[in-house]
Design a protein around this ligand. Structure first.
Ligand code: KIV
Length: 518
């Protein structure tokens, strides 16, 4: 295999991923994820959409400045609509990277041209040429995406792409924006572009596939079978079926689980148990026939070894007699790379848990790592809660918080239930109007002593943005109508609920604060 057999992996967790409801990330979280993506070995990090807000701009700039300057740094891309203002802003954000990229896009489907942009096809071609030429005047690496390419008239798409190439695009990214196409159609579209667009052989053809019908991976595979050389998924397929594809990536597959866990913890979006490769059941076998086969030879039922994706087999069962060393190797086997300081904090939590539970399961450890480490900056800190509730009683909570100014404040409230009363008491202190849009609780293991994990989502109540300190910052700084998630874990589910709420509030407030000061 030579260089032409390399598939470029473009990661858009920090841009398209972060646009998913509830996935909002603050700058520190974005930076940490970007560092992990660099360790994973992705070739391009799309770090954000700099024109979207001052906070987004700053996040892209910091990723470019810090991760984009590493040895063997990935390319750092910033997204821009096809307009001068967007492109200038994207360039300002990425220019400090060793290898910056401007990614500009304009829709090409008639549905988008008519109903969204309200422009003619001719205007679309004109704007494409101008935008790409302007981007290229600033940056040697320019990616152009015809948004909704999957539903665009191919003949018109070819014309737009030809203009993009002539104007200086170096990568043509073909998005199936609505996740509508079938693998045969999407593969055919990529082949059609390679065969019909003059100059297509001299640029990288890329695929950006959405998963609305669950076909993103299949469509991406069809794309590379038809000549695409940049995609956003498929690494383990190429790795597991080398003879089928004869293609490779620069990805260090042993970093996959760790990356997935980090992103899940920061976005608050849980990975479904039956998710391929990184789900909890990906390497679990419960059927007797499978277990028998696995014991005889893992090849009977496993097409990948867990350690290939960063899960090493660990037979250690931890309990109160386990020492730091055993704990450390368990945490590493679970795919976490913790600093000595973080390990100490989690170890302390582990010891506290051992006083409450005889056997601490892997899921308990994952819950406490997520609870202890992957939390937003603590502007407000939960010091103490006390709740009284029961039949015939009015649920009442007293809450003590330490504020960003270091002052400890206490308040109490009555609610419809214990969690409601805790949230009301917190609201009385923090005074940031918001709406709770989702609340979920699960026991991470079986048994009455299980750790409870709470995930919540809140939305700022922008209409009532003024807070008790008279700052009104919820409505300032172009705060986008976004959802903020939070998670908390504890054997006491009311404490877990309070922690989750503090985590979501802190995330919302750090992002708002960053936007207000940027
Ligand atoms: O899905 C899409 O069309 C996009 C483009 C901006 C690349 O995200």
């Amino acid at each position: 295999m030579d260089g032409s057999d390399v598939i470029i992996i473009f990661d858009t967790t920090l841009r398209d991923g972060e646009q998913s409801p509830g996935a909002t990330l603050n700058i520190d979280e974005k930076l940490e994820i970007a560092h992990q993506l660099a360790r994973l070995g992705v070739d391009v990090i799309e770090a954000g959409f700099p024109i979207a807000s001052p906070g987004d701009f700053e996040a892209v700039r910091r990723v470019a400045r810090e991760v984009g300057q590493l040895e063997n740094a990935p390319i750092i891309a910033g997204l821009a609509r096809a307009s001068k203002g967007d492109i200038d802003r994207a360039w300002d954000a990425v220019r400090e990277a060793k290898r910056p990229r401007i990614h500009t896009f304009l829709a090409t489907s008639d549905i988008h041209l008519t109903h969204k942009l309200k422009i003619s096809r001719e205007e679309c071609i004109k704007r494409t040429g101008e935008a790409v030429a302007h981007a290229r005047s600033l940056c040697a690496d320019v990616e152009f995406s015809p948004e909704d390419a999957g539903r665009s008239d191919p003949e018109f798409l070819y014309q737009v792409l030809e203009v993009a190439i002539k104007s200086g695009a170096t990568t043509l990214n073909i998005p199936d924006t609505t996740g509508y196409t079938l693998p045969s159609e999407f593969g055919g579209l990529i082949r059609g572009i390679r065969e019909n667009v003059p100059g297509a052989q001299d640029v990288i053809i890329s695929a950006h596939c959405h998963d609305d019908l669950g076909l993103a991976t299949a469509n991406s595979l069809a794309a590379i079978q038809n000549g695409a050389r940049q995609v956003e998924v498929i690494v383990m397929t190429l790795h597991t079926r080398p003879h089928q594809f004869s293609l490779r990536t620069h990805i260090d597959t042993t970093q996959i689980v760790r990356t997935s866990r980090l992103v899940s913890a920061y976005t608050g979006i849980a990975v479904q148990a039956n998710k391929a490769i990184v789900g909890a059941n990906a390497f679990a076998h419960e059927s007797g026939i499978h277990q028998d086969g696995m014991l005889k030879n893992p090849l009977t039922y496993e097409i990948m070894r867990p350690e290939t994706v960063g899960l090493s087999e660990s037979k250690l069962v931890l309990g109160k007699h386990s020492g730091r060393h055993a704990f450390q190797s368990k945490v590493a086997a679970l795919g976490y790379g913790l600093s000595a300081e973080d390990l100490n904090r989690v170890f302390e939590r582990f010891k506290e848990l051992c006083d409450k539970k005889k056997v601490v399961a892997d899921a308990d450890i994952e819950a406490i790592v997520n609870d202890e480490i992957y939390q937003p900056m603590e502007l407000w800190r939960l010091e103490h809660i006390q709740v009284s509730c029961g039949s015939g009683l009015r649920p009442t909570a007293t809450v003590t918080l330490r504020g960003p100014d270091g002052v400890v404040r206490e308040d109490a409230a009555i609610g419809t239930g214990p969690v409601d009363s805790v949230y009301r008491a917190i609201n009385r202190i923090v005074q940031v109007p918001n709406e709770l849009t989702e609340f979920s609780i699960k026991a991470v293991t079986e048994g009455i002593d299980a750790v409870g994990e709470v995930t919540i989502r809140i939305e700022p109540d922008a209409a009532n943005g003024a807070n008790g300190h008279g700052e009104g910052y919820l409505t300032q700084a172009g705060l986008r109508a976004r959802t903020y998630s939070g998670h908390g874990a504890d054997t006491d589910i009311i404490v877990a609920s309070a922690k989750a709420y503090m985590s979501a509030l802190n995330k919302m407030l750090t992002i708002v604060k960053a936007q207000a000061t940027a």
